[in-house]
Write a protein that binds this ligand. Sequence first.
Ligand code: B12
Length: 213
Amino acid sequence: MSIFDELQQAIIDGKAPVAKEVTERALGEGVRPAELFPNAIVPAMNEVGRRMRDCEFFIPEVLIAARAARAATDILRPLLVGDEEVRSAGTVVCGTVKGDLHDIGKNIVAMMLESAGFQIVDLGVDVPPEKVVAAVREHGANVVAMSALLTTTMVNMKAVIDALAAAGLRDQVKVMVGGAPVTESWAQSIGADGYGKDASAAVETARSLVAAA
Ligand code: B12
């Protein structure tokens, strides 16, 4: 079993101490922090999602798996900053939309953006549009990055865009969206400036949006 498989299995099994130990061992063996996301953490949560959909897992198992994923990401977060050349690429206000409590993907995106040199203002989960508007104003953000994992909360991305327009800020800030149910065509239909299917794409999108501004 590779070290990636070991971490993946620890997360699926919800074993936070094992996830922590395997993550530390992987780093000790010279694995780069960013490699653990596509090779272990993201596939593990995808498998958890499949089991949830197929009724093999219920909320408690999912929460325990999420906690194990967190044990790994907590170790990786400080290491990612500075993984790439440190520079101020821009300021990103990020959050999960109102009504939605999923934050694993959003946190990974925030970490990868941070490691790519962006300043991050993370508003957390269940974020109302007014809070995004206030944060954009306060921090002079270049980009807003919104996450949604529920088909029922995706519409709240449009509410954020509308609130930015109503506040007269829409021309000053680019909006990118993502999350499992979000697609490129959805992003276009709500008037977002960009979409990313995963955290690496989020970094590429944020860079191109800032460059085009
Ligand atoms: C973990 C989880 C939970 C945990 C969340 C814990 C946490 N702290 O996040 C808990 C148990 C709390 C939970 C609750 C619920 N969940 Co849930 N959950 C999941 C699960 C299994 C995994 C999500 C996840 O973390 N994926 C891993 C991450 C890494 O992937 P990701 O979020 O997609 O993020 C990546 C990309 O999308 C992208 N990305 C993400 N955000 C952004 C933002 C930007 C700007 C960009 C560019 C890119 C980007 O980059 C990320 C990294 O690569 C999914 C199944 C799935 N496969 O999605 C269901 C799922 C999302 N949940 C679902 C449901 C129904 C619920 C509940 C309603 C269940 C209930 N009956 O109570 C509640 C809703 C609570 C609420 N109000 O939000 C459904 C949604 C169905 C739908 N069509 O809307 C899913 C799809 C499961 C299913 N198959 O039925 N859930």
